[in-house]
Design a protein around this ligand. Structure first.
Ligand SMILES: [Zn+2]
Length: 202
């Protein structure tokens, strides 16, 4: 006999879409889909709305590439922030972590990832060219490379340091002490403050 299609298309469609997310395999995708199938309409609709608003109501800051509701972002627009220091991070959650320390008064530059040959991510896939352009035309005196203390983060910092050697800026790296292989966004505030204060020229 011909096997019958017993699972409706919307179900397989959601499983397929969820499977495409990082860290979610087909098994987890099925589990989430069947959870939502049994959840209330309100819960499923709230998730759908959040997904739609994520794209519809956010944009990237034209200066620092952080996510924002309006460009330029609140940091780039603030008159209390100093354009002399730019802190370079991998993703928007790192900005959030550094803002929580209340120690940093400069501006940011969000790369949106790190160089990773394993994952096929090269320098051109990140906002590195935009950073160099910012340094070339801007008033920055110091660039803090606050990429993650992982292999990819270190390689990315090294790549940018070499690119910036042509410009009259101080290039610094966060002090060690952050958990190696860890993620900046998960570091506690005291550790981050120490890493910022102890940064050194590279
Ligand atoms: Zn900005």
């Amino acid at each position: 006999v011909q096997p019958l299609k017993t699972v409706p298309e919307p179900v397989t469609r959601l499983i397929d879409e969820l499977s495409r997310l990082p860290g979610i395999g087909p098994k987890t995708a099925s589990r989430l889909t069947f959870f939502l199938l049994r959840a209330s309409s309100e819960q499923a609709t709230a998730l759908a709305d959040a997904l739609r608003d994520l794209k519809a109501r956010t944009t990237f800051c034209e200066i620092c590439f952080n996510i924002t509701e309006a460009s330029p972002c609140v940091v780039c627009q603030s008159e209390e922030r100093s354009a002399r220091v730019i802190c370079v991070v991998e993703d928007p959650l790192d900005v959030l972590a550094i803002e929580r320390t209340r120690e940093f008064v400069g501006l940011y530059h969000v790369l949106h990832g790190a160089i990773s040959p394993m994952e096929g991510i090269g320098p051109d896939d990140l906002k590195i060219r935009e950073l160099i352009a910012r340094v070339a035309e801007g008033s920055a005196e110091e660039i803090i490379l606050a990429t993650n203390p992982s292999l990819e983060g270190e390689n990315t910092a090294d790549f940018i340091r070499r690119k910036l050697a042509l410009y009259p800026v101080r290039v610094t790296r966060l002090a060690r002490g952050l958990p190696v292989g860890g993620d900046l966004e998960y570091a506690d505030e005291v550790t981050l403050i120490r890493a910022l204060e102890g940064r050194r020229e590279i």
